[in-house]
Design a protein. Sequence first.
Lengths: 111, 115
Amino acid sequence: DAKTTQPTSMDCAEGRAANLPCNHSTISGNEYVYWYRQIHSQGPQYIIHGLKNNETNEMASLIITEDRKSSTLILPHATLRDTAVYYCIVLNNNAGNMLTFGGGTRLMVKP
Amino acid sequence: GAGVSQSPSNKVTEKGKDVELRCDPISGHTALYWYRQSLGQGLEFLIYFQGNSAPDKSGLPSDRFSAERTGGSVSTLTIQRTQQEDSAVYLCASSTNRAGANVLTFGAGSRLTVL
């Protein structure tokens, strides 16, 4: 059961902002939006998560629409090292629920 | 330790042999997860441990797969009578499992190749 929909792949020029969209139209009120990424041959890495307010940390910004049916992960100045598969996951706030990874978006940052 | 440690990093075995994969979670993390990732595929959930509760084994693909978590810390994933389709990277993750902030930290994985 696909709770999120992401484009299969995207390209971004080095130094530009990378905006990765995610649709989660069936999200429920107690579900958070989490973003992870997986760089080639490494384990997934947590990036950011949010419920309804926009969030920012040292890695990225997360913009969640007012109706919470979609969100955008923003890497403000993409570098070649940001080339990875980016996963958008919705997860309810009950402790103990495991992440279910979909196909993600393969972001290619090009020089 | 500072991160999730998995061993071995690479394992090559012959079809029919048993293998054990080990995961050392971050100290203090109560939740531990096993996933696997076949070549070019997404992550597939296998099993989840939370404290002293019975593990969630709903993702184990067959009864050849089992996992233990001793003392609420180290976990071992065992695959008996390995098959070629078991070849994958096996990833372990741990978390503090706080509601609303269930952030998983993953290890680098154990790459299993079954010949």
